[in-house]
Design a protein around this ligand. Structure first.
Ligand SMILES: [Fe+2]
Length: 373
C-alpha cells in the first residue's frame, strides 16, 4: 500500500510540473506568463517550478518607476520563489523572468492595504471544472485585491488529471493577483518533502496582513489544541490584532457552524469548542469556511460565519437548522467580500452572474476596547 503522504507529494510535484509547463511553455511561445502570486505575512511571493534545475532572474517594474528591480537566484534550483517585501499597494507591476537566453513577460497588480480590502471567495471546486471556469470568468469582471480558495481543489489527490484541471483552471489568474489557498480535507497532508515547494506554506496555516486586516488561515485537517504549534500560532496572531488594532478574520476549510450535512461532524464540533472562546475574546467579526457545499450565513453572537463552498462540486441539501442561520442556498457561487472600517459587505453571485445574496454586517473590531472587556 502506498504512503498517502507520498501520493500527495507526487501529485503536488505533478501540479508543480504542470505549472512549469504553463510558465515556460509561455516563454517558448512568447505568450503571457502566469506564475503563482501569493501573500505570506507582509511579503509578496512569486513562485514557479522547473523540471530541470536552473538559476533564474526576476525583474520587476512597478508603474511610475524608470528602473527595473532585479532579483537573482543565488543557485540553480527546481523550485523558484522570489520574495518581495517592499512592494507598494495598488500598483500595476510588469515583470520579466529570464533564464539563459529565454525570457517571459507578464503583469500583476499588488493588493490595496487601505480599507476597504476586497477579496473574491470560493471553494470546493474539486472536479467541477466548468463551474470553476465560470466563477473565474465572472471574477475577471469584478474589482478585488486577492482570491481566497477555501480548499478541496481536487477530489482525489493522486489523480493527475484533477491537478491538471485545477492548474488549468487558475492558470489565467494565479499570477495576476494574490491567490490564497486553504488546505481542504481532499488536498491536505503536505509531507515534509514538500517543504521544497515555494510559496506554499507546508504547515497549511499562515497569516497575511493587509493594512488593518489580519487574515489568519488555519489548517483544520490537523487537530487544534493550545499545546500544538498551530494553537500557539493562532493565539500569537490574535494577540497581534489586539496590540495593533487590526480586524481579525479567521479562515478555515471546515466550518465552525453549518446547516449542511457536515454540520455536526466531530471535526466541526471540536473546532467549535476550541475556537469559540478565541472568537469571543478577540472579537473576531468574520469566519470564512468551505467544506459544506452551499452558500450559508450564520450569525452567532457578534460574528458572521460565512460558508462559501459552491465552487464546482455538487451542492448539498440543508440538513440542520443551527441557531443563527440566516440563509442556506445550495447553489454554485462565489462571494465578493469587502472589509470596511465598520462593517463587512458581501455580494454572492451564482454562475449565471445573478446576485443571490447581498449583505452588510457591522463590526466593532477597530473600536477602542473598554476597560471592562
Ligand atoms: Fe472538504
Amino acid at each position: 500500500m502506498r504512503n498517502p503522504s507520498k501520493r500527495l507529494c507526487d501529485c503536488l510535484r505533478d501540479w508543480a510540473f504542470l505549472a512549469l509547463i504553463v510558465v515556460f511553455g509561455g516563454m517558448a511561445k512568447g505568450n503571457a506568463v502566469s506564475p503563482f502570486l501569493f501573500l505570506f505575512e507582509n511579503t509578496l511571493k512569486l513562485s514557479f517550478y522547473t523540471a530541470e534545475s536552473g538559476r533564474y532572474t526576476l525583474s520587476l517594474l512597478p508603474e511610475g518607476q524608470a528602473a527595473w528591480k532585479t532579483f537573482v537566484e543565488s543557485e540553480a534550483t527546481h523550485t523558484h520563489s522570489f520574495a518581495w517585501t517592499d512592494w507598494k499597494p495598488d500598483q500595476e507591476v510588469a515583470f520579466r523572468l529570464t533564464h539563459l537566453s529565454e525570457s517571459a513577460n507578464g503583469r500583476f497588480h499588488t493588493p490595496r492595504v487601505a480599507l476597504p480590502v476586497r477579496a473574491l471567495l470560493y471553494g470546493d471546486s474539486r472536479w467541477g471544472h466548468a463551474v470553476h471556469q465560470s466563477i473565474l470568468s465572472l471574477a475577471q469582471t469584478l474589482e478585488f485585491d486577492f482570491f481566497i480558495n477555501l480548499g478541496d481543489v481536487v477530489n482525489t489527490p493522486d489523480d493527475r488529471s484533477e491537478w491538471a484541471m485545477f492548474t488549468e483552471s487558475v492558470r489565467a489568474v494565479s499570477g495576476e493577483r494574490p491567490y490564497q489557498l486553504v488546505l481542504g480535507n481532499h488536498d491536505w497532508e503536505i509531507p515534509e518533502a514538500e517543504k521544497t515547494i515555494p510559496g506554499y506554506p507546508v504547515e497549511g496555516y499562515y497569516t497575511f496582513v493587509l493594512g488593518k486586516t489580519r487574515w489568519i488561515v488555519l489548517n483544520t485537517n490537523e487537530r487544534l489544541s493550545k499545546s500544538t504549534d498551530q494553537g500557539r500560532f493562532l493565539l500569537s496572531e490574535l494577540q497581534k490584532t489586539k496590540a495593533n488594532r487590526e480586524i481579525p478574520i479567521l479562515i478555515t476549510h471546515h466550518p465552525i457552524f453549518s446547516a449542511g450535512p457536515h454540520g455536526e461532524e466531530n471535526v466541526v464540533k471540536r473546532l467549535r469548542e476550541f475556537l469559540l472562546p478565541y472568537i469571543r475574546e478577540y472579537r473576531v467579526p468574520l469566519v470564512i469556511s468551505g467544506h459544506d457545499h452551499a452558500y450559508q450565513k450564520i450569525i452567532v453572537e457578534d460574528t458572521l460565519y460565512l460558508i462559501t463552498a459552491g465552487g464546482g462540486a455538487a451542492c448539498y441539501p440543508q440538513t440542520y437548522e443551527p441557531e443563527g442561520l440566516v440563509c442556506y442556498y445550495p447553489v454554485h457561487h462565489c462571494v465578493l467580500l469587502s472589509v470596511e472600517e465598520q462593517g463587512i459587505q458581501g455580494i454572492a453571485y451564482d454562475t449565471e452572474r445573478e446576485v443571490i445574496d447581498a449583505f452588510y454586517f457591522p463590526h466593532t473590531a477597530l473600536d477602542p476596547i473598554s476597560p471592562n472587556h
